[in-house]
Ligand binder design. Structure first.
Ligand code: IVH
Length: 716
């Protein structure tokens, strides 16, 4: 299973031990979890998981993708490892970044930094040292400023990296952002971080509290909340600052090195970080990291690590990008922050798939400047001192109510319990007994073999599962019904006059309301003519829904957005899908057809079949579909390039670039790079010394070209 929110990494099976089916299922789950976290963080400014958990999920995804390199391509879904952030919030105009705004790969140890340098040199085929800049990683939000003819014409947030929000008017109110530049390139996009100093942050919170307005959890949230005000005069009243550290489109290069380019930005009038240093290699980079770490507490603003960038811009260009991060930079993160406090109790929350998640209720404690009173305890094993595979963690120490526990936070709102102090354990403290029945519906809660998560077996009869399923159903990537969010769903779920217990009930809401002459929805508190009409119209608008969205919305375990897309493109219509899954028992032709979809394994197939065989689930789906017009989905077209969709094999010695560089270029152009030649290969690019693969190509009649012809073909 996938590493759910807050689960420990120690518990994960090494990716090399996973079957492809398991890897794909885990990948699909993780993609969902990361996408949801992205939305919460970037779009809603309301993180739902800690940075450390997020980083761990992304690392696991990256590990899965490294071990099964074709996962992303075969699932036909972009992995969050190759995306940045979330789509922009409503309310601001959208801006398409001419050059994507990227994210950074993370390193958490000295070794990972050394490995980064080795990777860079290997990619470039260099044995000599490479120089890097090292500078603080500012904990704020990134902003791109476009200057044309020296005038600030547009400011945009990162958004999902491709589409950001137009916050030009707000940015104009920031003192550190020049309105005009002299001696600048005709077109210049300056990128950097908007942040708030500690002093300004606490003063702002005091003002907010005095005015009985919302206070902010930390300076980053305050900066994000202040920049993304629809009323720019509010932004103007907030003390925001800006450091420039990168650039996007430029009509003339700023310089030939990173360090000189930053110096040039400084000359142009931007604040650049005074702790930026040029380093001759990993040793100096790590020494500068320690220096910055030592100054961290006295800087007066939040930083969460150190960013290293290849200094030579020509080398940066050769290194290029992975799907969402540059190969020429890495963020070396600081370790998370810790505090000790008392565990007052353990609550159990029941999720959409029935997972019972233990939550620690804590004596409130400040961890890295934020007051924490809840933390995740992951699962039953974790409380007992075991990882999800049953191996001993924390020296086997279990966690009991009343214990002193160490709380760990990596910059975000859902912290974790990391350790327990046995010396302070109270006499008579009893081991925690994990409930064997669902606290919400009383159904037995089971653990499947090899799964560390106990799940309620109540399915849709469990109110907690049912309501979480509804929340998923209306969520942004599912039905996304305006005016019907998680809060409203909870209210309707409990409503006695107009109850919504299953998705189909949403689509009968208007008719039921019309049929009830007494208590009309529009006469209730919080509704009214306009909002009721709007809600009903929004529901009507979603009666027509594409098959892939519908499949995702059903909330079937293991069927995330990626899988929903695969299934929809394979079956195209609801009736074909429904007929197939209804008959797909293991061994049947339908089962063989289902599991033959690249990216659909036995785990997902089983989960689909079980959902269709469960009478309550089936009834809910049938009732829903009866209310809808499901739009068929057709397969996608390919990227526009001469090699898009082609399978290419490189063999022999390449002379103009390393194999890694060639592969990266080809993939960026939409080609699939394979390791061996088969009848499916479209093209073999052979350098000197090509052996059996070139022969295979001839034998199979596959087109064979040399490196120069390849470069001509791709227009280099
Ligand atoms: S360079 C192509 N430098 O960190 C690389 N980013 O985790 C562009 N950040 O999106 C980023 N301080 O918002 C860079 N000195 C720094 C940074 C920095 C903070 C942020 C930035 C980026 C995120 C990636």
């Amino acid at each position: 299973m996938a590493m759910g929110v807050g689960m420990s990494e120690e518990g994960m099976r090494p990716v090399t031990e996973l079957s492809r089916t398991e890897a794909v299922a885990e990948w699909a789950d993780l993609v969902q979890a990361v996408l949801a976290a992205n939305q919460a963080y970037h779009r809603d400014d309301a993180p739902t998981i800690s940075d450390a958990d997020y980083d761990r999920m992304k690392r696991r995804l990256a590990a899965l993708e490294a071990a099964f390199p074709d996962i992303e391509a075969t699932m036909n879904q972009q992995s969050p490892t190759s995306m940045v952030g979330a789509a922009p919030a409503d309310g601001f105009g959208k801006v398409a970044h001419r050059l994507r705004m990227l994210s950074l790969e993370n390193a958490f140890s000295d070794e990972e930094v050394t490995e980064f340098d080795e990777r860079v040199r290997r990619f470039l085929g260099l044995t000599d040292a490479v120089a890097y800049t090292a500078e603080p990683k500012i904990d704020g939000l990134s902003l791109s400023l476009r200057y044309e003819a020296g005038r600030l014409v547009q400011a945009a947030t990162r958004g999902d990296g491709e589409l950001g929000e137009n916050v030009t008017e707000n940015a104009r109110t920031i003192r550190d952002i020049p309105q005009s530049l002299t001696n600048a390139p005709a077109v210049l996009e300056v990128r950097g971080e908007v942040y708030m100093s500690h002093a300004d942050f606490s003063a702002l919170n005091q003002r907010q509290a005095a005015a009985e307005e919302k206070t902010f959890a930390n300076p980053r949230n305050a900066a994000a909340g202040s920049l993304r005000q629809l009323d720019a005069s509010i932004t103007a009243s907030r003390p925001l600052r800006f450091f420039a550290y990168a650039w996007g489109e430029v009509s003339d290069p700023l310089a030939t090195t990173q360090a000189a380019a930053i110096a040039r930005l400084n000359t142009l009038g931007f604040q650049t970080n005074p702790l930026t240093m040029l380093c001759a290699g990993p040793e100096e980079m790590l020494a500068h990291y320690r220096r910055i770490e030592n100054q961290r507490a006295t800087l007066g603003y939040d930083i969460d690590g150190v960013v290293y960038k290849v200094n030579d811009l020509a080398l940066q260009a050769r290194l290029g990008f992975r799907s969402s991060t540059p190969r020429w930079a890495i963020a070396h993160k600081f370790p998370a922050e810790l505090a000790w406090t008392e565990l007052l109790g353990i609550d159990i929350q029941v999720g959409r798939t029935g997972a019972l998640s233990p939550v620690a209720r804590l004596q409130p404690v400040t961890v890295g400047g934020v007051v924490v009173s809840n933390a995740t305890l992951h699962n039953e094993n974790y409380i007992a001192g075991r990882d999800s595979k049953g191996n001993v963690i924390r020296d086997g120490k279990d966690i009991r109510v009343g214990d002193w526990v160490q709380v760990y936070r990596a910059g975000d709102v859902i912290p974790k319990v990391a350790d327990v102090d046995l010396d302070r354990r109270k006499i008579g403290a009893e081991p925690y007994v994990f409930p064997q029945v669902c606290p919400e519906c009383g159904s037995p809660a089971h653990r499947e073999a090899g799964d560390s998560v106990r799940r309620c077996t109540g399915g849709l009869i469990c109110p907690a599962q049912a309501v979480e399923r509804l929340k998923h159903f209306v969520s942004r990537n599912a039905f996304d019904i305006e005016g019907l969010g998680a809060k409203q769903v909870e209210l309707f779920f409990k409503d006695t006059l107009l109850p919504v217990k299953t998705p189909a009930d949403i689509f009968t809401l208007a008719a039921r309301d019309a049929a009830n002459p007494l208590q009309k929805l529009k006469n209730r508190d919080g509704f009214g003519d306009v909002s009721t009409a709007k809600l009903f119209a929004a529901i009507e608008a979603k009666r027509t829904i594409p098959l892939d969205r519908l499949l995702f919305s059903l909330g079937i375990r293991h069927v995330g957005e990626v899988a929903a897309g695969l299934l929809a493109r394979h079956y195209s219509t609801w009736s074909a899908f429904e007929a197939a899954i209804t008959h797909a028992t293991p061994g049947s032709p339908e089962w063989a057809d289902l599991t033959a979809i690249d990216g659909v394994g036995a785990v997902m197939a089983q989960s689909l079949v079980e959902a269709f065989q469960n009478p309550a689930e089936r009834a809910a789906m049938d009732a829903l579909v009866a209310e809808l017009q499901v739009q068929p989905v057709v397969a996608r077209g390919a990227v526009d390039s001469p090699v898009a969709g082609k399978t290419v094999v490189f063999t022999g010695t390449l002379e103009k670039m390393t194999r890694a560089e060639a592969k990266a270029r080809a993939e960026a152009l939409g080609a699939k790079v394979a390791g061996s030649v088969s009848a499916k290969t479209d093209l073999v690019v052979a350098g000197p010394g090509a052996g059996s693969k070139a022969k295979d190509a001839e034998r199979l009649g596959v087109e064979l070209i040399d490196e120069d012809s390849w470069l001509r073909l791709i227009g280099e």
